[in-house]
Design a protein. Sequence first.
Length: 84
Amino acid sequence: MDYIEFIGFAAAILTTAAFLPQVFKTWQTKDVSGLSLPMLIMFFVGVALWLVYALFINSPSMIAANAITIISAFLLIYFKVKYN
């Protein structure tokens, strides 16, 4: 693994890990009042496009980060719809 991809994996771990506490807190409290559904949908579509881009350029760090983040974003959308 070259140093550029290492930087990518470090960024992927940090940005993805930063999102997970929100998913856990929302799941635990079922409080979705602070979540904006339009923002979550735009974020989900953006992450999906980043994932497609990562697949085209074959970037393992971007693929991993966006695959995990898209699941997290989907869960928040699901929680928003279910608990609203």
